[in-house]
Design a protein around this ligand. Structure first.
Ligand code: ADP
Ligand code: ZN
Length: 766
């Protein structure tokens, strides 16, 4: 398409452009103000959460401004995706980044000079290269749009030095264009930094609310995260989702597990080659595979709109990270879930990661500031996991908003809590920590107050503590939660090696101080059957769902033909609306949100044809056609829930609590001694034997060791975390005189293994 064709397109106002190009009827809050400001020649800074619709805010003005709009974006994949989307709706755009060959680069510039493009996406590194500068001085540039603008701030999460080139670039232009800056996360500090560094001139600033109504937030503390995920995936088999893990090892393990259960899954982390990463990402984006397991390296610049869930396998390091990652769900506006699976170990992992963060480029003073900042962020994240208040409000408050009422639509709002005053129990636990002199971790403290009979307690003399058995009558899980809460409320502190010591206990001496514990009942947690908020939701009936499936299949077929991600054709929400309203004419189809004229021309007939045919085949269902005005439709899909299956075969090796008491701990054991000891104490042969593999798998999943291949043999090596926990290496010489190394596991690690097997046992109900 060239300039003259663009001009033929029939729209005169931003509203018309929104409808004709993108198929939407109304601007979302804030969008219009930004567009009007730009068109009035004013600089803009817009802070809008992910999915709020930033792109439209500069794409529409770009079509009205006389010259070219340069969009500066850090991510190559994002550029290509956006340009594809734009071309698809009839906006002439191109991109320039390192993925272009020299000749493609020259060709793009040539066409740009001829007036082919209204928008050019460009990587910041490119700006001040000679070739590009020469070009930029020669053509008319109306606007420079800086996407992910927080990257320019050294205070931001992801400062990119290449962003400083923008300033240099603008200075060299013969005429200063309008500058518009966009970001999803920016504190006040970062905001000021953006305005100042980019030299925005009396900008119009927009900060829209951070709330994303269609996202459902939930924190779960499952005994077995893997099982939780398996169950979730089997109940949401057709949905697209991301599972984030803290470490590459976790990603690899979960990926293997899911694959072994026959689930189609992709994975993504920095340890994969660039081509593997690209393949995995494409498989996911193009809907070949529904689920991707990834580290936080994945997602920046993926604007796949039909992600129906984001599960965090581990707690992230900050609320900023969490909200950004979780926010990748539901960008199409349809309902989506953000579930965080939490276990107290996540805290230790994160502290460890923070302490070992690569910071060599910073000077000492900065380093201290950053460490302090990171720790504060981590603590806020921890509180999110423990809070019993409305999760949505917790998030909004964190980002500086002041919500007044609980949302009634998040994991905590829907959970039934009973509150209990546990101040006395709390004091007993604190006394126990006092008696333990800050030398032991959670398990010993809990076992002591519960009065457990373990060899370990005997050995350290805990049987003689005054607090031994004081909470014997209290439920064990409740005691655990109380201990966690005391840590969260800073009465107790977790130090190196997870040892617990006293914190701010003076506060409890005050008579008014109470420790109130909300008693949760994990089983009462409904599988999202929320009372819906005022927004009227049309839920697809199961027959409507069948039509949706057909529409989706058609979309996939078209996408394959054109080698495009399916959601670029129509997003899920648009298809759902079609399935509910069953449009049969040109006008009716154009009334569906997300169907613009261009898309109608390209795909309209095919989708109408399919719908008509379906209605002919299902005349009785066709009568259920939903006749609602589209502005009040928010669609959600509801799949028929499948009953859970129980397996009956010889069970994997696990332990009962009673058996675990028999384990003879030693200062150090090698792996075969641990295995032998496990098999010795296992009393029942309804279970398989303990093997090296189950021990190794656990140690790897905890990120304590990893396996390294050398000359065809696998060697185990401890990770930094493993080292910190005291796993050591010894040199040995085999009978044949060859030297080899062996790992020795200290008592605390032996304990972790045993506890893990007991926890597993509980989930299997032995
Ligand atoms: P952001 O860049 O802010 O994360 P996008 O610009 O990718 O968000 O927009 C998210 C989704 O919302 C896209 O699918 C986009 O087409 C859609 N969208 C944007 N503006 C509107 C609107 N006014 N009405 C309906 N959908 C919109
Ligand atoms: Zn809530």
């Amino acid at each position: 398409m060239n300039q003259s064709e663009v001009e033929k397109i029939n729209y005169h106002t931003p509203e018309e452009a929104l409808k004709v190009l993108f198929g939407y009827d109304a601007f979302r809050p804030g969008q219009k103000n930004v567009i009007d400001s730009i068109l009035a020649g004013r600089d803009v800074l817009a802070v809008m959460p992910t999915g709020a619709g930033k792109s439209v805010c500069y794409q529409i003005p770009a079509m009205f401004l006389p010259g070219i709009t340069l969009v500066i974006s850090p991510l190559i994949s994002l550029m290509q995706d956006q340009v594809k989307t734009l071309n698809e709706v009839g906006i002439p755009a191109a991109f320039i980044n390192s993925s272009l060959s020299e000749s493609a680069f020259m060709e793009t510039l040539k066409r740009a000079r001829q007036g082919f493009y209204k928008m050019i996406y460009v990587a910041p590194e490119r700006l001040v290269t000679e070739g590009f500068l020469h070009f930029a001085k020669d053509v008319s540039i109306s606007m420079i749009t800086v996407d992910e603008a927080h990257c320019i701030s050294q205070w931001g999460q992801d400062f990119r030095p290449s962003y400083m080139k923008i300033v240099e670039f603008v200075r060299q232009l013969p005429q200063r264009p309008i500058i518009s800056a966009f970001t999803a996360t920016a504190t006040e500090h970062v905001r000021e930094d953006i305005v100042c560094t980019l030299g925005l001139n009396n900008p119009f600033c927009l900060v829209t609310g951070f709330d994303r109504e269609n996202l459902f937030f939930q924190v779960e503390k499952p005994k077995n995260k893997d099982q939780y995920i398996l169950d979730y995936l089997s109940e949401h088999a057709k949905e697209s989702g991301i599972i984030y893990c803290a470490t590459r090892k976790n990603v690899d393990n979960l990926y293997e597990l899911l694959k072994s259960k026959g689930i189609l899954v992709a994975k993504y982390h920095a340890g994969l080659s660039a081509s593997e990463r690209k393949k995995m990402q494409d498989d996911f984006v193009f809907d070949y595979i529904n689920v991707i397991v990834a580290t936080n390296a994945f997602g920046m610049g993926i604007d796949k709109s039909n992600v129906r869930f984001v599960i965090h396998y581990n707690m992230p390091q900050s609320m900023e990270n969490y909200y950004q990652e979780a926010g990748r769900a539901g960008r199409d506006g349809a309902d989506a879930k953000c579930i965080l699976l939490f276990s107290p170990q996540d805290i230790a992992i994160n502290r460890f990661l923070l302490e070992h963060k690569e910071t060599s480029e910073l000077d000492m003073e900065d380093l201290e500031t950053i460490k302090e900042r990171d720790l504060k962020r981590l603590q806020a994240m921890e509180r999110y996991c423990y809070t019993t208040e409305c999760l949505r409000n917790y998030i909004l408050r964190y980002f500086g908003e002041n919500p007044q009422k609980p949302c009634e639509d998040c994991g905590n709002c829907l959970r039934e809590f009973e509150t209990r005053d546990m101040t006395n129990e709390a004091k007993q636990i604190i006394n126990c920590v006092f008696e333990a002199k800050g030398r032991y971790g959670r398990t010993i403290i809990i076992d002591t107050v519960l009065g457990a009979k373990t060899a370990r307690l005997e050995e350290i003399g805990a049987m003689h503590f005054r607090t031994y058995g004081v909470l014997a009558k209290t439920n064990k899980n409740l005691v655990k939660r109380l201990l966690d809460q005391l840590i969260a409320e800073k009465y107790l502190v977790v130090g190196a090696y997870q040892v617990i010591s006293l914190g701010e206990i003076q506060r409890l001496k005050n008579d008014d101080a109470h420790v109130l514990v909300k008693i949760t009942d994990e089983d009462k947690m409904p599988e999202k059957t929320p009372k819906k908020k005022a927004n009227k939701t049309v839920t697809l009936t199961s027959s409507g769902y069948k039509l949706f499936e057909k529409l989706r299949a058609l979309r996939l077929e078209l996408a394959r033909e054109e080698n495009m991600p399916p959601y670029i054709i129509f997003n899920d929400k648009t298809l759902m609306e079609m399935a509910a309203k069953m449009p049969t004419s040109h006008t009716e189809l154009l009334n569906i949100s997300g169907v613009g004229e261009r898309k109608y021309e390209k795909y309209g007939e095919k989708f109408l044809g399919l719908i008509k045919e379906w209605m002919k085949e299902n005349p009785d269902l066709a009568e259920h056609k939903v006749a609602v005005s589209e502005s009040d439709v928010v669609l959600s899909e509801k799949l028929p829930e499948k009953p859970r299956k129980r397996k009956s075969r010889k069970m994997d090796f696990v332990l009962t609590e009673a058996e675990a008491l028999e384990f003879q701990y030693a200062d150090f054991y090698n792996i075969s001694s641990i295995r032998d000891e496990l098999n010795r104490i296992c009393k029942n042969d309804d279970r398989k034997k303990a093997t090296f593999r189950i021990i190794t798998t656990f140690l790897i999943s905890e990120d304590l060791i990893f396996e390294q291949e050398n000359e065809g043999r696998l060697f185990k090596v401890q990770t930094e975390k493993g080292l910190a926990l005291g796993i050591k290496t010894i040199e040995k010489v085999s009978e044949r005189g060859n030297a080899y190394t062996q790992l020795l596991y200290p008592e605390n690690v032996q304990k972790m293994i045993v506890n893990h097997l007991v926890e597993l046992g509980k989930t299997m109900e032995i």
